[in-house]
Design a protein around this ligand. Structure first.
Ligand code: ATP
Length: 476
């Protein structure tokens, strides 16, 4: 929920040429190869909403599954939840979102574009942050003669703009029927704390994990899927005795960083960022930042939230949300350690980290000035194997289809028989397919195929009977 430092408002001004170039290349690849499209594109697009194409949804699901496995499957003290997007309006009063989940907004009087005032100040080199009052922001805007970054026009004074998307439930539009599209998934976990703890007979410490959509009426966007108005969060809230909160906070800080590294993010592209000014709910806060094409920015938030959430919900609902230790009989309000990562930001980080180019190509027969290789971790790559018959002769097609039928039971595969073999390798490299299996005329005799590794380009001859074992050993 913290509205943190974000330097990329005036993308074209602040982003280095190199970063801008990379951003353009990733956006172009994402569209060209069916990963990510602008929402409602044929109508001119809907601002800051994106659609995941056939490969994008595979990549997104693989990342989600890798996260879920690392939380719910690998930890016996963590269980899952899927709460509704719509919740009782009091939830958002208790959480503080109705009163304070807002950004300072200014309008340009000339071009009518809207901007986040704190980001304008930061981009102009002024020391500003998301904890300042509207009056403080307006003083700074005046003092620094801040103008519209797009057209240089005069700006209105800043006013507070709540980011929650509002709608009404039922046939009557009234204050009572107001509901919000949740701006974070965490509250669904807090209000279900007792349900989950009691139904699963969990002793503290234990965690609840959830993946789901969240919505924010963001003012500042312009960064592809970095900041969107509809996005998916992967959150895990760990409930602990207050005296162990620091210990588990450290553990989860390390574990979450390791997760990114385990799935192939380069160590040089991630770092911790400590928050000195804390949001109202936090006792301590770190971000895991990633070196996005737009610069270093938050990928995941890690918070020690103290007892703020359960105490607030206890106060607003009148329900007892304390926990009684069955051994010591101590009754207390648990502290919460939160790990919260945006799935879309994770997709962006993994795509960006995996994106590599080879000037002049790798010399496998297809001519190109620059070859793209998406070096995605094999577990998250959308397509695991491509089956490539060397020619369109029916006997090769038949054998290739037989192999495809065997492999598709276990993995997402593609079958491609068009173009030169070099071109087909390029197409698979560009979407990050770790293995290509070529079926040639010798295959009809020796019942073997050639398997090519995306990264090393090493080619091995393997008996068709051994193929499943080989891939099982090499793809997790
Ligand atoms: P930011 O400062 O970038 O707006 P935040 O501090 O408001 O982010 P949190 O409320 O801590 O973010 O949300 C946790 C995570 O959810 C973030 O680390 C980010 O990965 C993701 N997230 C938040 N807002 C968005 C958004 N508008 N689009 C995509 N992902 C988002």
């Amino acid at each position: 929920m913290a509205r943190t430092y974000y330097v990329s408002l005036i993308t074209s001004v602040t982003m280095s040429k190199e970063h801008n170039n990379k951003m353009n290349k990733i956006v172009s690849l994402a569209k060209r190869r069916g990963f990510i499209f602008q929402s409602s594109e044929i109508y001119g697009g809907l601002g800051s909403v994106y659609d995941y194409g056939p490969l994008g949804i595979l990549l997104k699901n693989n990342i989600k599954q890798a996260w879920w496995k690392s939380m719910v499957q690998d930890n016996l003290d963590i269980v899952g939840l899927d709460a509704g997007i719509l919740m009782h309006q009091k939830v958002w009063e208790a959480s503080g979102h109705v009163a304070s989940f807002s950004d300072p907004l200014v309008d340009c009087k000339r071009c009518k574009l809207r901007h986040r005032a704190d980001k304008l100040l930061i981009a102009a080199g002024v020391e500003a942050d998301d904890k300042m009052t509207i009056d403080e922001i307006n003083d700074l805007l005046d003092k620094h003669n801040t103008v519209c970054p797009d057209c240089g026009g005069e700006l209105t004074s800043a006013r507070s703009f709540n980011l929650m998307l509002k709608t009404h439930l039922g046939p009557v539009e009234s204050d009572e029927s107001t509901v919000y599209l949740r701006p974070e998934t965490a509250q669904g976990i807090y209000v279900n704390f007792k349900n989950v703890q009691q139904s699963m007979r969990k002793k503290l410490p234990f965690g609840i994990a959830q993946v789901g959509k969240a919505f924010r009426n963001e003012i500042t966007t312009k960064q592809f899927i970095f900041r969107t108005r509809e996005f998916t969060q992967m959150e895990m809230q760990y409930f602990v005795h207050p005296k162990y909160a620091d210990k588990y906070y450290d553990i989860w800080k390390q574990k979450r960083m390791k997760w990114f590294l385990d799935y192939g993010i380069s160590e040089s592209n991630v770092r911790y960022h400590k928050h000195d000014k804390l949001a109202h709910y936090a006792k301590s806060a770190f971000d895991i930042e990633y070196n996005f094409p737009g610069g270093w920015d938050e990928l995941e938030g890690l918070h020690n939230r103290g007892d703020f959430d359960l105490s607030q919900h206890e106060k607003y609902s009148g329900e007892d949300l304390q926990y009684t230790d069955s051994g010591t009989k101590e009754k207390y309000t648990p502290y919460i350690i939160e790990t919260s990562v945006g799935l879309d930001r994770a997709v962006f980080a993994f795509l960006s980290d995996a994106y590599s180019t080879i000037e002049g190509g790798r010399g496998e027969g297809a001519k190109s000035d620059e070859e793209v290789v998406l070096r995605l971790h094999k577990t998250i790559a959308p397509i695991k194997v491509a089956i490539l018959p060397l020619s369109k002769k029916p006997e090769l097609q038949n054998l290739a289809h037989e192999i495809a039928d065997i492999l598709k039971r276990r993995w997402m595969i593609q079958y491609d028989e068009t173009g030169s073999i070099g071109k087909r390798y390029r197409r698979q490299d560009e979407i990050g397919t770790p293995y290509c299996v070529t079926v040639d005329f010798d295959s009809l005799e020796d019942k073997a195929v050639t398997i090519r590794d995306r990264d090393t380009m090493k080619q091995e001859r393997i008996a068709i009977d051994e193929l499943v074992h080989y891939l099982q050993d090499n793809i997790c």
